[in-house]
Design a protein around this ligand. Structure first.
Ligand SMILES: NC(=O)c1ccc[n+]([C@@H]2O[C@H](COP(=O)([O-])OP(=O)(O)OC[C@H]3O[C@@H](n4cnc5c(N)ncnc54)[C@H](O)[C@@H]3O)[C@@H](O)[C@H]2O)c1
Ligand SMILES: [Zn+2]
Ligand SMILES: [Zn+2]
Length: 361
């Protein structure tokens, strides 16, 4: 039986999103039906509706979600009805060459529900990042659900499913930030501020937040930035060099997705330092760098997909840190909104008014 619920759908490139009836099937083998409790509005949802990810419209948006398991299909053993879970957009397949090589965070055959959710007329929906959680119910592969403590607030837990994990993991996993390191984070939105929080947890000594918006920079300080730079009035590369004895930072994290900030990150790092690109560029973006600089500066230029995380390993750890008071996830939740308010939340995101708007069901 299919369940009819309301979902937030992006019908075409750049068109405002709409709340429309959708059909969500009961779970088949290996699938789980989730009653969504909270889902954050991430910049990647906006990238989808702008057509910057791909052209597989209509999209069912929403991918930073927590909820309870409503029912599971045949053969599901990792979760059961009533469990409180975070939905992940990575569920390693276990059989691709990355998984077999022992690096499931690079899995390129991540599992998703095999049955489609559809519009009322049967048109299949493309769920954002294989999730689609701006809806009261969503269907995912059971491997995409990670059981965590129900003591966590649903809004905070949901954010772990994307932005928090991407940012924390960019610093802790991809950037391998260590005790005493210096770190710069370009873009202090939800992802960038999570990278700042991750750098602090990892023991970084100097953490420099760069943004164009003073509100974001104020939040960056609350998450652990020791210094902040507003790049509208100050050259961030020069300022970062000054703050690091003329050297640059050990790890420069780009959390915008723009050639401008990537180039700044490239030049703001120390000799043999690391650049981590966690911001998602659009397909038309290009960078031009003197190859001699790429060679001469050494170090590594890395991309971070989902903070190189393993959800089943990392989500419970993050929730533990939160429940112990060592990671203030509630601070990422700027406002609670209704399911009809996602379009307005995109505008608030563009105007820099929020870190995360979270749809509460
Ligand atoms: N790699 C991943 O797995 C992953 C996961 C989630 C999100 N993302 C991406 O991370 C990026 C950030 O996401 P978010 O939700 O934090 O977005 P956001 O809109 O909340 O934050 C972006 C921030 O960048 C700032 N900014 C824009 N231009 C800048 C510039 N020239 N210099 C300095 N700061 C600048 C903005 O003021 C804003 O604070 C997006 O591209 C998103 O798609 C990547
Ligand atoms: Zn795999
Ligand atoms: Zn996201």
């Amino acid at each position: 039986m299919a369940h009819q619920v309301n979902g937030v759908v992006a019908a075409g490139k750049g068109a405002p999103v709409q709340l429309v009836p959708i059909l969500v099937p009961d779970p088949g083998p290996g699938e789980a039906l989730i009653r969504v409790k909270a889902c954050g509005v991430c910049h990647t949802d906006l990238h989808y509706r702008e057509g910057a990810i791909n052209d597989d419209f209509p999209f069912l948006l929403g991918h930073e979600a927590s909820g309870t398991v409503e029912s599971v299909g045949e053969g599901v053993t990792n979760v059961a009805r009533g469990d409180f879970v975070i939905i992940a957009w990575r569920a390693p397949c276990g059989t691709c060459r990355s998984c077999l090589r022992g690096a499931p965070w690079y899995c390129f055959s991540s599992r998703n529900a095999s049955q489609p959710m559809t519009l009322a007329d049967g048109t299949p929906l493309s769920p954002a990042l294989g999730i689609g959680a701006f809806a009261e119910l969503t269907l995912v592969d059971a491997g995409q659900t990670v059981k965590v403590s129900p003591q966590a607030s649903p809004a905070a837990a949901g954010l772990v499913g994307c932005g928090i994990m991407a940012g924390l993991g960019a610093a802790m996993n991809t950037g391998n930030v260590g005790r005493g390191d210096s770190v710069a984070v370009f873009g202090c939105g939800g992802v960038g501020n999570a990278a700042i929080a991750g750098a602090r947890l990892a023991g970084a000594h100097t953490i420099i937040g760069v943004d164009l918006d003073n509100r974001k920079l104020t939040w960056a300080k609350e998450f652990g930035a020791t210094h902040i730079i507003n790049a509208t009035s100050t050259d961030p590369v020069e300022a970062i060099r000054k703050l690091t004895g003329g050297n640059g930072v050990d790890v420069a994290i780009e959390a915008v997705g723009s050639p401008v900030t990537y180039e700044q990150a490239f030049y703001a790092r120390d000799h043999a330092g690391t650049v981590v690109l966690v911001g998602v560029p659009s397909p038309d973006m290009k960078i031009e760098l003197p190859l001699i600089e790429v060679f001469g500066r050494g170090g590594s230029l890395k991309s971070s997909w989902y903070g190189d995380c393993l959800p089943s390993r990392d989500f419970p750890v993050i929730i533990d840190l939160y429940l112990q008071g060592r990671l203030d996830l509630d601070r990422f939740v700027s406002e609670s909104i209704g399911i009809g308010d996602v379009e307005e939340a995109f505008h608030k995101m563009d105007r820099g008014e929020v870190l995360r708007s979270v749809v509460i069901f």
